[in-house]
Design a protein around this ligand. Structure first.
Ligand code: AHR
Length: 339
């Protein structure tokens, strides 16, 4: 009975996969017949992505789709359009179809216990990627692969300490603060929390730095623009914008330029993701520091999926390699980013 259900589930998935593959054929890599493809013919992975809010996210989706196609893994893809309830529905449908492995990008940290318990009851291993989760029972998921957002926030803080070391050193005598505006990512997401915490941790023993404004722009360029219009109206003594992603940064730059403020000169800008447009802004002197968040995790995800499908253990925590690009670097050496 169980085998029959699984078989039907797999048939359904194969059909669903074909439909999805056709939909995304523009993004997928060439489907060459390789040994690994034959070996992986039977692996089906259900992948729940949170949406298409940024260039980073679209690159992440492409990376997963291409890596699955290259390894002959059948990918059942779902776009949750920024809603946790859609993600939970997608996970439940993956369970009903009895996929071999579930991988998902959790939009926020909390609220996953029940659905992950259901996956476990169905014997389906779960891989968490990009953003972390908080669950009462850690064994509800097999492992995490993605970005180290706390380190990203710390890198932003370390850059600011260096950039403002002279003003900082004079603080006791001048009493002049270094005023920071923070464009926060999605509320409740592990990456926004990590980036915010990392910055605060580094600056906590430096009272000359103070965060005068922090609001969520949901990782959207349009909201970055709107918030910048607001804070530029409220303050005329902003020293720094710390933005949790490039999309919001680009929106803020647009708002600054409309007001005749010179980004990167009148206000120091630190941004996270390292999409091509942010690197171009760094080269143009409009941004001072770009912290990479690496979206090209598809190949590593698929390696872990293969292990899980084979019943093997995977590392609990795997961070991807990421760099920091500074205004003082030789910027001609940065390779095209691809997103
Ligand atoms: O979770 C990663 C973040 O989500 C990226 O920094 C941002 O651009 C995205 O939308």
């Amino acid at each position: 009975m169980i085998n029959n259900k699984r078989h039907l589930g797999k048939q359904f998935c194969s059909f669903f996969f074909i439909v999805i593959t056709i939909c995304f054929s523009g993004c997928a890599a060439k489907n060459e017949s390789t040994t690994s493809q034959k070996e992986n013919d039977s692996i089906i992975v259900g992948f729940s992505q949170i949406g298409a809010e940024s260039a980073w996210r679209n690159c992440n989706t492409r990376s997963v789709q291409e890596a699955a196609a290259e390894r002959g893994i059948q990918l059942v893809y779902d776009n949750a359009e920024q809603k946790q309830e859609n993600q939970i529905k997608a996970l439940r449908s993956f369970i009903a179809y009895q996929v071999d492995v579930i991988a998902f990008v959790p939009i926020v940290t909390g609220g996953w216990d029940n659905v992950l318990q259901e996956a476990r009851d169905a014997g389906i291993p779960v891989l968490v990627t990009d953003r972390k989760i908080e669950v009462a029972d850690q064994s509800l998921y097999a492992g995490f692969i993605g970005t180290d957002s706390l380190k990203e926030g710390r890198n932003a803080g370390l850059f600011l300490l260096e950039k403002f070391k002279n003003k900082s050193a004079r603080f006791a005598e001048t009493g002049e603060f270094i005023n920071i505006v923070e464009l926060f990512g999605t509320e409740g997401s592990s990456v926004a929390i990590g980036r915010a915490d990392g910055l605060r941790e580094v600056l906590k023993s430096h009272p000359e730095f103070r965060i005068i404004y922090s609001k969520s722009g949901d990782f959207l360029r349009s909201k970055g623009y709107e918030l910048a219009v607001e804070f530029l109206e409220m303050y005329d003594d902003i020293d720094v914008i710390f933005s949790h992603n490039d999309g919001m940064t680009l929106g803020a730059i647009e708002a600054m330029e409309e007001k005749g403020i010179h980004p990167g000169k009148d206000i120091v800008i630190v941004t996270i993701d390292a999409q091509q447009a942010a690197i171009d802004a760094l080269r143009g002197g409009k941004v001072n520091c770009v912290i990479e968040c690496n979206p090209k995790t598809g190949p590593e995800i698929m390696k872990l999926v293969e292990k899980l499908a084979a019943g093997e253990k995977i590392p609990r925590l795997q961070y991807v390699q990421e760099e920091v690009f500074y205004e003082t670097d030789d910027l001609s050496l940065i390779a095209p980013r691809g997103y």
